[in-house]
Design a protein around this ligand. Structure first.
Ligand code: SF4
Length: 383
């Protein structure tokens, strides 16, 4: 289905930016509410988390929602009866620059459905970036999608223009991808290009970020399989971030929305595991699953680990190293840093010396020892 024979740029952007919401591999938050919320200025403005933890907004759109592929989980798949349209390079560039020059956005996220072939579509994405970089001397942030099946030459060109790139891995293995698409060859179209991007990044002087995304719950994969694949991606191709997007069924498949909310819980737990890998020195072996290979719906993965390792606790707040403190539920990297700094000056006597009391501190109290005798240990076993 095509929209009006001649939709204007505004109409096209409304549609194409809405359709870009499923792609989170551009740091669009990590909670159900934050990453799917769009800004009030226009539907193509999406909030993101910056590498330093700050917040900003991106101009985020597809250049086209036309797609020749047939990914079962995707609302844009070729047989879907949806309005389709395509932006040309000049209208993308000019509209983005209007926002950028008014300082309303931090940068641009550009993706697309596959218009005919990956190569032809990459050419359109690259041309848009070239106009920005060369004609308009734009030096700011561009996150460019690398489409599955892109050639080495297109990947190399994209890396010369972008600040960050992503190619979505979607599933933890080819057996899952083959359930979802007859068009995508998991190894040739996805894994090999991801490896090539990683290799080219390591050879370049410019620091280009590389991310990817899993679709969660579309192919019968377990959380364990996604987590193990995530860990391998960090270790073997040095990805900067892995994102997770819950598969959202349409209404006819799921009138009560139960499956969707379960998908969002899985997505949330996977982000927690990802955080444990990146910030807390957890490894694959530290993650606990149920018999079906799923993460607990009721407890976050860090607290579940603590409850399964009573021999590790209590942790002495005045003598434990950073690694041990980071294992304490309720203590995050900033609080641990605070503890390490404070105890250089004087002994920590109570939870009030660490932080003003809150729910997280009450949780931490159960696992900490302040070196003042058995009084504190009462909390430890009082789960
Ligand atoms: S290639 Fe991308 S846009 Fe096309 S159907 Fe698959 S996921 Fe959707």
């Amino acid at each position: 289905m095509l929209i009006n024979s001649k939709p204007d740029t505004f109409e096209k952007l409304q549609l194409l930016s809405r359709d870009s919401q499923y792609d989170l591999a551009c740091a669009c938050g990590s909670t159900k509410d934050s990453h799917r919320t769009r800004g009030s200025h226009g539907k193509w403005i999406y909030p993101i988390t910056l590498p330093d933890g700050g917040k900003s907004v991106l101009f985020k759109t597809l250049i086209s929602n036309v797609c020749s592929s047939d990914c079962k989980y995707c609302p844009l798949q070729r047989n879907a009866d949806i309005p389709r349209c395509t932006l040309n390079s000049e209208e993308t560039v000019n509209t983005f620059l209007d926002y950028y020059n008014r300082r309303e956005v931090f940068g641009l996220f550009l993706s697309s459905g596959i218009i005919g072939t990956a190569e032809a579509t990459m050419e359109k994405l690259i041309t848009t970036c070239e106009i920005l970089r060369k004609k308009h001397q734009f030096k700011g942030y561009i996150h460019l999608k690398i489409l599955p099946g892109s050639s080495p030459a297109a990947i190399e060109k994209a890396l010369s223009l972008a600040s960050a790139v992503s190619l979505n891995i979607e599933t933890p293995g080819k057996e899952f991808m083959s359930k979802l698409s007859t068009k995508k060859d998991f190894i040739k179209d996805i894994v090999e290009p991801i490896k090539l991007i990683s290799k080219l990044r390591s050879e370049q002087k410019r620091r280009i970020k590389q991310t990817t995304q899993f679709i969660v719950g579309a192919a019968g994969e377990t959380d364990r399989q996604i987590v193990n694949y995530t860990s391998a991606l960090y270790d073997k191709v040095s990805l900067n971030r892995v994102y997770f997007s819950a598969y959202q069924r349409n209404d006819s498949e799921n009138s009560e929305d139960t499956q969707n909310s379960e998908g969002f819980i899985r997505e949330h737990r996977l982000y927690q595991v990802d955080f444990l890998f990146r910030k807390y020195n957890f490894s694959q072996d530290d993650i606990i699953y149920d018999r079906d290979g799923l993460l607990s719906k009721d407890l976050d993965p860090k607290e579940l680990w603590a409850k399964n390792h009573p021999e590790f606790f209590p942790v002495n707040v005045n003598t434990a190293d950073r690694y041990k403190l980071l294992r304490v539920p309720g203590l995050g990297p900033n609080t641990v840093e605070n503890i390490l700094n404070k105890r250089k000056v004087s002994k920590i006597q109570s939870i009030d010396d660490i932080s003003s009391s809150g729910k997280r501190m009450l949780k931490a109290l159960r696992y900490l020892d302040f070196g003042q005798g058995p009084k504190n240990k009462v909390f430890l076993f009082n789960f």
